[in-house]
Design a protein around this ligand. Sequence first.
Ligand code: FES
Length: 177
Amino acid sequence: MIATLANKKQNRVAKILEHASGDKRFKILEAHMKKHQFKHDALIEVLHKAQELFGYLEDDLLLFIAYKLKLPASRVYGVATFYHFFTLKPKGQHTCVVCMGTACYVKGADKVLAAVEEKAKIKAGETTANNQLSLLTARCIGACGIAPAVVYDGTVTPRQTPATALEHVKGWLEHGN
Ligand code: FES
């Protein structure tokens, strides 16, 4: 039984690491941890950076941090849930994270965000009444070369405009799919 649980955990970590290898945000986060020499007492600082990069802290991200800092996952979850300034996975079925870092901002990220806010009738940080869409912002997701970038359900998408962003979230808002 214990061996099975350990195997399950190992498989999950292996999956997360595989996913992380293709997502630049994880690399930036790891470089940040390295800067802090993977010290345990840098956990809050690392969680802040993770939230800046991803917009919110989802389970896989917390497990990635726990694995890299060699901390028990329960400790990382405990800290992430204790402080009100950390946002855990929002309740929306879908997520739209607009990067508001400098490069994206100067290329019109504010207009992209405003268009989605208006269409969805919510502000950044909120979820629609039907729980279909959670709208969030991040601060530089490491994709400045393709600014303005938006992350739809975990997929970093380049050169967004108000029109392309609305096209993306339209189905979620109207049909919930
Ligand atoms: S500012 Fe948006 S990716 Fe860097």
